[in-house]
Design a protein around this ligand. Structure first.
Ligand SMILES: C[S@@+](CC[C@H](N)C(=O)[O-])C[C@H]1O[C@@H](n2cnc3c(N)ncnc32)[C@H](O)[C@@H]1O
Length: 225
């Protein structure tokens, strides 16, 4: 099956500027804490791949925490890229390569990155495209490399927590689904795909049962010498 074709209003173009404010309204600072959950671990990486980076808040934090790394950003929304670029200092901009296009089929060098980052990206796709996204990232990731994935969850420890998650997710999919162009209309759990791909879960941090930041490692060794 071919990947879902890109549209005339790619990704989150319509909400690029408003996105941080909308996010704070719905979730306060929690999504931001999720993005930054494993910054210390990523601070040792040299070359990172950021898929669906959005308007650059994580990118800026990463370039500050890790002053020597280079990054490649694959982002389908031109306006998100413009916002991300504008956020960076001139010296930081020289450390970023931008690919305006879909992370599902971007041309990327094999095994070139020692970390891949996806924050709140898998939730935009149906399972077939989630698998494509994962394969694309894994092909670009060097053996022994890290993958930080931060994602919403439907599950929770109590009925109330599960109900709250479902209500928030339904509202988010309705609202963003009407404004932005992405294929999924409900959250498909991609955890089994990550496990089946041979990634090993190294660390996991939950945030109020709404979402979880996970740090995965691709088996093999990575030599930083
Ligand atoms: C829910 S937002 C999350 C943005 C960011 N990662 C964050 O933590 O705020 C999803 C982002 O992925 C981008 N996007 C959507 N589909 C994409 C695709 N196929 N390839 C690359 N980026 C995509 C959107 O334009 C948007 O910037």
């Amino acid at each position: 099956m071919p990947a879902t074709p890109p549209s005339k209003h790619p990704g989150f173009d319509r909400v690029a500027r408003l996105y941080p404010r909308l996010e704070r309204l719905a979730y306060g600072q929690r999504l931001e804490r999720g993005r930054r959950a494993f910054l210390p671990e990523l601070a040792a990486c040299r070359n990172l791949l950021l898929l669906g980076e959005g308007n650059g808040r994580f990118l800026q934090a990463l370039l500050t925490a890790n002053p020597s790394c280079t990054t490649t950003v694959v982002e389908i929304s031109p306006r998100m890229i413009a916002c991300a670029r504008a956020r960076l200092a001139p010296k930081q901009r020289t450390r970023v390569s931008w690919i305006e296009g879909s992370a599902l089929n971007a041309g990327l060098p094999d095994a070139a990155f020692d970390a891949v980052v996806t924050h709140y990206l898998f939730d935009l796709f149906e399972p077939a495209d989630q698998a494509r996204l994962l394969q694309r990232g894994l092909k670009a990731l060097a053996p022994g490399g890290l993958w930080q994935d931060t994602e919403f969850q439907t599950d929770g420890p109590t009925r109330l927590a599960r109900l709250r998650n479902r209500l928030l997710l339904t509202a988010s999919y309705r609202f963003l689904g009407a404004l932005c162009d992405f294929p999924a209309r409900r959250l498909a759990d991609h955890l089994p795909l990550m496990l089946a791909a041979g990634l090993t879960l190294e660390r996991e941090q939950g945030f109020g049962h709404h979402f979880t930041a996970r740090l995965w490692r691709l088996s093999g060794t990575l030599n930083h010498e």
